[in-house]
Design a protein around this ligand. Structure first.
Ligand SMILES: Nc1ncnc2c1ncn2[C@@H]1O[C@H](COP(=O)(O)OP(=O)(O)OP(=O)(O)O)[C@@H](O)[C@H]1O
Ligand SMILES: [Mg+2]
Length: 306
């Protein structure tokens, strides 16, 4: 059974008195243990979708099921879920330990378990040192780790992350990404993630959905989604000296000085080409294969040029 089932979900908002669809006829499933990424330009409907899944917003039409049940009729489902937003803030005067205590109580976790879970999470996210600090005094990276730790207090089976690394230093963002992967691997948590950082989605997600103007444009593994838009990639080879020019041209190489360039089908490996060059006694000094990134895909699907 999928952990999340979204079926024909639409959501309208009003803008200057007129209705518009923030989400239109969205359908997809997420399986247990997946990291599922949602990408798309500003205003595409990503946060709206997450807010529907966590019960903050109601869809105008369509159905959502979490663990096979309608979350709007089964409030207890929210005990198995948690949500992280890069924009989450707590009261400035609260100490970090108070934030754990407050949310632990909110989730109805008994005192003993609250204490042990808080200890365990503070250790996992390496924030033991700031437990006595006020929220206003902790750094951005510590805040993000605190938010992530707090979101695991109720041991969620489903975790929703809306731009979890926004505004973080690259080194802290790398740590946060590692944590996301670790939570997924070690605790088996199913994760839904939105991000503007393409490499983040590429690195973390088992599958992604690209949303544009409230509709799903593409869905699948990162590789399969890219393959649909990019049939070829460039192979650039620097050689010591070019021999057999005619032969190389016939094999599809463009020759410039001692650089050979060839467009390969997306599913073709470079080894065949390399061994063919070796057989002809051509000595290779450098190789570069320019495979399209998710960023290239993003730009292409939105009709821009890179
Ligand atoms: N409560 C609301 N009332 C009216 N319009 C809204 C509301 N919430 C969102 N919108 C609009 O709905 C659209 C989708 O917004 P949403 O926040 O889901 O986009 P997003 O994909 O998360 O964008 P971003 O990448 O900027 O975070 C936007 O045009 C936004 O202005
Ligand atoms: Mg958003």
């Amino acid at each position: 059974m999928p952990v999340v089932e979204v079926e024909n979900v639409s959501k309208k908002f009003k803008y200057q008195g007129k209705d518009f669809f923030a989400l239109k006829d969205i359908s997809f499933d997420i399986e247990e243990g997946e990291i599922f990424g949602i990408l798309g330009p500003n205003g595409a409907g990503k946060s709206t979708l997450l807010n529907i899944l966590i019960g903050i917003l109601f869809p105008d039409s369509g159905n959502v099921k979490i663990f096979g049940k309608n979350p709007l009729k089964n409030n207890d489902l929210f005990e198995k879920m948690n949500f992280v937003s890069g924009e989450t803030r707590f009261h400035w005067a609260l100490k970090v330990k108070d934030i754990f205590e407050f949310h632990g109580r909110l989730y109805g976790i008994p005192k003993n378990k609250r204490i042990t879970e808080t200890k365990k999470l503070a250790k996992f996210f390496e924030i033991e040192r700031i437990m006595e600090s006020k929220f206003s005094n902790i750094s951005t990276g510590e805040r993000m780790r605190l938010i992530m730790a707090k979101a695991l207090l109720n041991s969620p089976e489903l975790l929703l992350l809306d731009e979890p690394t926004v505004g973080l230093d690259p080194d802290i963002a790398i740590k946060a990404r590692n944590e996301i992967k670790r939570i997924n691997k070690e605790l088996g948590t199913t994760i839904i993630l939105t991000s503007h950082y393409m490499h983040e989605l590429e690195q973390l997600c088992d599958r992604i959905a690209f949303i544009n103007k409230g509709r799903i444009v593409d869905i699948g593994t990162v590789e399969s989604v890219k393959l649909r838009k990019f049939a070829t990639y460039d192979l650039i080879i620097k050689v010591r000296s070019v021999k057999n020019k005619e032969f190389l041209r016939k094999r599809g190489f463009v020759i410039k000085g001692n650089i050979l360039k060839k467009e390969l089908p997306a599913d073709e490996n470079i080894s065949e080409t390399l061994s063919m060059l070796a057989e002809k006694g051509i000595e290779i000094t450098e190789i570069e294969s320019r495979k399209p990134t998710l960023e290239d895909y993003f730009v292409k699907i939105l009709g821009g040029k890179k």
